[in-house]
Design a protein around this ligand. Sequence first.
Ligand code: PHB
Length: 391
Amino acid sequence: MKRLFALSALVICTSVGAQTVRIGVVNTFSGPQASFGEMTDRAFKLYHKLHEKELPPGVKLEFLSRDDGGPNPDKARQLAQELIVRDRVQLLAGVAFTPNAMAMAPVATEAKIPLILTNAGTSVVTTRSPYIARFSFTIWQSCVPLGEWAAKKFKRAYTLVSDYAPGHDAETAFGQGFKSGGGELIGSVRVPLQNPDFAPYMQRVKDAKPDALMVFIPAGKTATSVLKTFSDLGLAAAGIKLIGPGDITTDEELPNMGDVALGVLTVHHYSAAATRPQNKAFVEAWKKEYGAASTPNFAAVAAWDAMDAIFQVVTAQKGNIDAERTMELLKVYRNADSPRGPIAIDPETRDIVQNQYLREVRKVGGQLANVELETVATAVKDPWKEMQKKK
Ligand code: PHB
């Protein structure tokens, strides 16, 4: 048995070669949030295909993707351990769900393997390991500006969020922004994370007659059920405005939502419909590769930018990945030309710094799109961490 292990390890080493960097991707490839896995993988592969020739001679990247099946922290931890111990990955990337990222954080710390997040937006996540850098967003980053903007438009708001860490962040961050702008929060409700039936909750909201309902749920198919229930129960017809972070109108689900999405207002860092030239080029390359019916979403742009950073750290180290050096490089990563606008990693927190845009779902050329109306906040650092510093 021992000899067999030694032999297989040797085969791996010789077939892969010293200059191949192995990247373990843990993400959600099945269930209602399967779009996270698909979007992330597509973005990684497209970036790799278009830029592979820029890697130093002889240096190659190998991706090993694993499905965590949704918010399953134990499974995510186990996959991360296997990728490190058995598959000998030098980097970990991906992770849609916060509970999974929280479970993987101690594994990254113990093994000293950088974990490059392409989603998982609860503020606290990056504090759980010095080996985490986040290329996605924080919920606080969109929900504070959303609340501040909403206070200028609406007097009374209600919140409805998934009952887990990102939902709690959304509720608190929106509440803080909305109240600081003079708005009144008249109610809040938390719904189960998995397979929620929104109807009874939406009915409660309708009866309370707020001017606006702020919703956070994980993007994907769940967003479409929110939109449909909101419309079916007559909340829109009763004059209640649906608002939220961009998760509720995630770009790839808009065709499934149909016209009930029209007029929904959101604040977020990325829209596939953004007209800046860097985004037009990104979306064009995407559609050329994956077909006109596929549209990149915010998980895709996070993975695209994360892969740009991975290329930089791999190139700087000529394929010989050192964890400490990798983290030093990731901490000073910046890109003025991301499809989402200028971005940087905050060296203090290892969280992304980016703009927030107000968007409205409108029809553009006959297709539903998150049309960016204005930049409501620029170069936003995670507001939750900024607040902790002042305490
Ligand atoms: C998260 O679990 O952190 C999460 C998942 C889906 C989203 C946003 C955040 O759309």
